[in-house]
Ligand binder design. Structure first.
Ligand code: GYE
Length: 323
């Protein structure tokens, strides 16, 4: 009953074998898996770990051959990785830029080599928009604004000054620049809300803890901590507790990301509000890689869908949280 089908299938397989057997050059130029060179920022946070996993898993299920490189927070490592991808003649290059500035030269090299570039998660400040095909990621200004708007509401009844300390992300990165700006814009018209200290915590727990310890020593009154990501907030919580204060009560905390550990601290009452930033960009990225390598047009900007969490919403969402 299946005889004919099997015969046809076998012939097909043989055909493919024959084609690949005598057409090596044609194979590497056209057929075969798409190769994607991806340069990641590093492994600084829970967000980043979830992002890396999403990219690796979705490349696998999309049948895309992934060349993954970890820049360990250094722009020069990313530039080296991109140059090596160009040399290896990958089909598409994607990367999440550590900082916003200084990309024009290497992006021009990719363009000259005819390799399309996709920016994921973070953008660059190049004025020449033809240097990359699209930018897939969040609106970080909007995230900072949501954090600020929450604080304005939260402080509505306050009669005196509301003193805020800010833990910024990695210096020069798009999320640090934009989350600072969005927050400042939102609290701008409320003069009682004052950012009394602002310093980088490099998006890590260890640095968040260290800088918060310094804030607690140098500031006589801290009402609120605004952390540009959950990991820094989690480090700061340790510092606050070690100083004999109650995070979430004595010092209110608002952060960005909504990774599992952050959501747990929110559900436990140690954080007060989290603005979500979605790291699961892999499936959308692989879709774009396929389109771009087929020469199809793609939108210049693709924004991630996100929400916000208060303590009750975090409790409800935690059991299904993937990362
Ligand atoms: O919020 C932070 C990570 O670029 C959106 O980088 C990303 C940020 C994220 O280290 O946790």
């Amino acid at each position: 009953m299946f005889g004919k089908k099997w015969a046809a299938l076998a012939a097909g397989v043989m055909g493919v074998t024959l084609l690949t057997g005598c057409g090596g050059a044609a194979d590497s130029a056209g057929g075969g898996a798409i190769t994607l060179g991806f340069s990641q920022v590093g492994a600084e946070s829970g967000w980043r770990t979830a992002n890396t996993k999403s990219i690796q898993e979705s490349a696998k299920s999309a049948g895309i051959e992934l060349k993954f490189s970890d820049a360990q927070q250094k722009q020069e490592n990313q530039i080296t990785a991109i140059r090596s991808f160009i040399q290896q003649k990958v089909k598409v290059i994607a990367f999440s830029p550590v900082v916003e500035s200084g990309w024009d030269t290497v992006l021009k090299e990719a363009k000259t080599a005819g390799i399309p570039v996709i920016l994921t998660d973070r953008s660059v400040d190049s004025s020449d928009k033809t240097l990359y095909k699209t930018f897939l990621g969040s609106d970080f200004v909007a995230e900072g604004k949501k954090a600020g708007e929450w604080l304005v509401k939260e402080s509505a009844a306050a009669t005196g000054d509301v003193n805020v300390v800010e833990l910024q992300g990695s210096t020069g990165s798009a999320p640090a620049n934009d989350r600072k700006k969005g927050f400042a814009d939102a609290i701008g018209s409320t003069s009682k809300i004052k950012v009394v200290a602002s310093q980088t915590g490099e998006f890590t727990r260890a640095k968040g803890k260290e800088v918060m310890e310094a804030f607690l020593k140098s500031q006589s009154k801290i009402d609120v901590l605004y952390a540009h990501n959950d990991d820094m907030a989690l480090g700061a919580i340790e510092a606050i507790e070690a100083a004999g204060k109650k995070p979430g009560t004595d010092i209110k905390i608002v952060s960005v990301d909504a990774v599992k550990d952050g959501m747990q601290a929110l559900a436990d009452g140690k954080i007060n509000y989290i603005v979500e930033c979605n790291p699961l960009l892999g499936p959308q990225l692989m879709d774009l890689v396929k389109k771009v390598s087929a020469g199809e047009e793609v939108p210049a900007r693709i924004e991630t869908q996100e929400t916000e969490f208060d303590q009750a919403k975090a409790k409800a969402a935690l059991p299904q949280r993937q990362y």
